[in-house]
Write a protein that binds this ligand. Structure first.
Ligand SMILES: Nc1ncnc2c1ncn2[C@@H]1O[C@H](COP(=O)(O)OP(=O)(O)OP(=O)(O)O)[C@@H](O)[C@H]1O
Ligand SMILES: [Mg+2]
Length: 454
């Protein structure tokens, strides 16, 4: 819960401010003097301070400087009489969050507290995510903190130590290429080459000459000897992407290479020994292709000494906040922006989206949003319409008829998201006592913790 200090020597103003903020769901303490406030602040710091610039015992500016020096993350809102607004503006340059002119309207007080607490929430979340990213990445930029990804990382670390072939079977955008990279990098020979080859869309002849190379004069146009990709990866790793697309005739040759661990350049007579690790990747179900006669069974078993199946993003939503943070940082760097995070509504939309394009789609969405946003935090308006439309009322009026319970659940969710899970505010809008709201939230599993863990 966010704690607020109200520091003002005017009794009525102090009491009124405290009452309004308490009603908005904050934990509020009041102080009539600068010294009494500073004393408490030093033992039990507040998250937000509403500070009157003119106090009898201390200059408000000194208090502000002191707070910013000792508790950088505490947000200070200057409250002052109209005649000294210039001072208040000056104070924002010294690090105050904002200012309000007296007498303050309750709406403005609430708004200011909500904005400051959203900033604090984001900051805490970012600090938390940053430390998690540091802990979770198996190689720089390959992130995951979910159970599923931790298990994958363990497998990667184990496989890396053994020079065996690996098959990566997963949907598009789930991180197959990153996985191959991680296996290579952690394999102890990361200085050796990592070679990528996409088997899709090439005729057999071309694949042959690309993978195996050719001798001078092997065919018309072979004016000099060419070293193939497999040979050029000596000591390292070859990633054969879209292995399911490899023509059957080519599959026989690859099988041969895997068995013999040597290749013959096209037109060559002397075999060349190979010391490489082959990682094959596919977004198809290879076993099914085997059943259909489109993929050789013997090659399938050669390749899948170890199979790693990466989970879809929607099956590991816990990773979404971490990935969002990572991609924002990446995009900030690329576009020289300073986006600090996402609002609660934006996070909610992202957590409830199905991501058919998996992590790559999330990365694109964030990149696009960071490039174009003018806000400090990404708002739902920065997201593509397909995400925003998920939560418009049309979803449950036009397409299908729902049960009353389902409508209630969805509507309560919308109000909670809109109010940033402020129970008091949500209860007010819904005209529902807090205890009833709690009960319904429990019934429908609408805890805020379900959207972000901290
Ligand atoms: N766990 C992750 N952490 C950080 N970035 C990720 C993660 N997974 C995927 N990405 C990013 O998403 C994008 C897609 O990842 P990658 O190319 O590895 O997927 P893929 O499974 O090979 O997809 P495809 O089948 O479409 O080729 C890349 O930009 C990658 O950096
Ligand atoms: Mg790929």
């Amino acid at each position: 819960m966010i704690s607020i200090a109200v520091v003002d020597d005017e009794r009525t103003a102090r009491r009124m401010t405290a009452r309004i903020l308490r009603q908005a769901g904050y934990l509020v303490e009041t102080f009539a003097s600068g010294n009494s406030f500073l004393e408490k602040m030093s033992v039990d710091p507040f998250d937000i301070v509403f500070l009157d610039l003119r106090l009898p015992d201390k200059n408000g500016f000194d208090i502000l400087t002191h707070i910013k020096a000792t508790h950088r993350d505490t947000e200070v809102i200057i409250v002052t009489a109209n005649c000294s607004i210039d001072n208040a503006v000056e104070a924002t340059k010294e690090g105050a969050f904002h200012y309000l002119a007296k007498p303050c309207r309750s709406h403005d007080l609430r708004l200011m507290a909500d904005r400051a607490s959203e900033k604090i929430r984001l900051h805490r979340e970012n600090v938390h995510l940053k430390s998690q990213i540091g802990e979770s990445a198996i190689i720089p930029g390959f992130i995951g903190n979910s159970r599923a990804m931790k298990a994958i990382f363990e497998t990667i670390a184990k496989v890396a130590q053994v020079n065996c072939n690996v098959l990566l079977e997963a949907e598009t955008g789930t991180g197959k290429q990153l996985t191959a990279r991680a296996i290579h990098e952690l394999g102890g020979n990361s200085k050796a080459p990592f070679v990528y080859f996409n088997c899709g869309g090439f005729a057999e002849d071309l694949i042959c000459s690309e993978l195996f190379g050719h001798e001078k004069g092997a065919f018309t146009g072979a004016v000099s000897r060419k070293i193939g990709l497999l040979e050029s990866a000596a000591g390292g790793t070859v990633l054969l992407d879209e292995i399911g697309e490899m023509p059957l005739s080519m599959q026989v040759k690859l099988l041969h290479v895997l068995q013999e661990r040597r290749i013959l350049r096209v037109g060559g007579t002397r075999p060349v020994d190979l010391n490489i690790r082959i990682i094959a990747a596919t977004n198809k179900d290879l076993k099914e292709l085997v059943r259909q006669g489109k993929f050789r069974e013997d090659l399938y078993y050669r390749l899948n000494v170890v199979t790693i199946r990466l989970p879809r993003l929607k099956e590991r939503k816990e990773d979404i906040p971490l990935l969002i943070y990572h991609f924002i940082a990446k995009a900030n760097k690329a576009f020289s922006k300073q986006v600090r995070g996402v609002t609660s509504q934006t996070l909610h939309l992202l957590l409830n989206y199905s991501f058919p394009g998996n992590v790559r789609e999330l990365e694109n969405i964030i990149q696009h949003a960071v490039a174009l946003t003018e806000a400090g935090k990404l708002t739902p308006e920065d997201l593509p319409p397909r995400l925003r439309e998920l939560h418009t009322p049309a979803e449950w009026t036009d397409k299908e008829l729902l049960s009353l319970a389902e409508v209630e659940k969805r509507y309560i969710t919308r109000v909670l998201v809109k109010t940033g899970y402020n129970i008091k505010a949500a209860g007010h809008i819904l005209k529902m006592p807090r205890t009833t709201l709690w009960r319904k939230m429990k019934k429908y599993g609408l805890k805020k913790g379900a959207t972000i863990s901290r």
